[in-house]
Design a protein around this ligand. Sequence first.
Ligand code: SF4
Length: 146
Amino acid sequence: MITTEARPFWQRKSLAEMTESEWESLCDGCGKCCYRKFISGRGRRERLYYTRIACDLLNLETGKCGDYCNRFKLIDDCTKLTQKNLAQFSWLPDTCAYRLLYEGKPLFDWHPLISHNPNSVKLAGVMIKNGIHERDVIDWFEYVID
Ligand code: SF4
């Protein structure tokens, strides 16, 4: 039997109890939150659509921000995900560790905290393929993926 203390931090602590470094390590680096989304319709017809259109700072190959330290200065609507505002981030992809834990679900086996392999996210096919930067897009509707 595994004792409580032997369980990894994301299983024995709530999101609110995590230290800053634990919280940061939950991000698997998929980069999906840096792709544009839009909402269409109203009320019960409201629907969230994901696109292949990436923030201009995103490195499309690695899923990493190209200027992480200055992202809030450079991109008007870049928002920091924190323990306090997580509830407002219902648009996070269903693979995102923050959303999974918030919804009481386990992390996937390919999460680097479990796989101990920084490439496992890419190998699992989780990252968005054929992304394009926002600056190169004319018609957003061509890039809707869901
Ligand atoms: S979607 Fe979640 S796991 Fe992926 S980069 Fe964004 S915060 Fe990190």
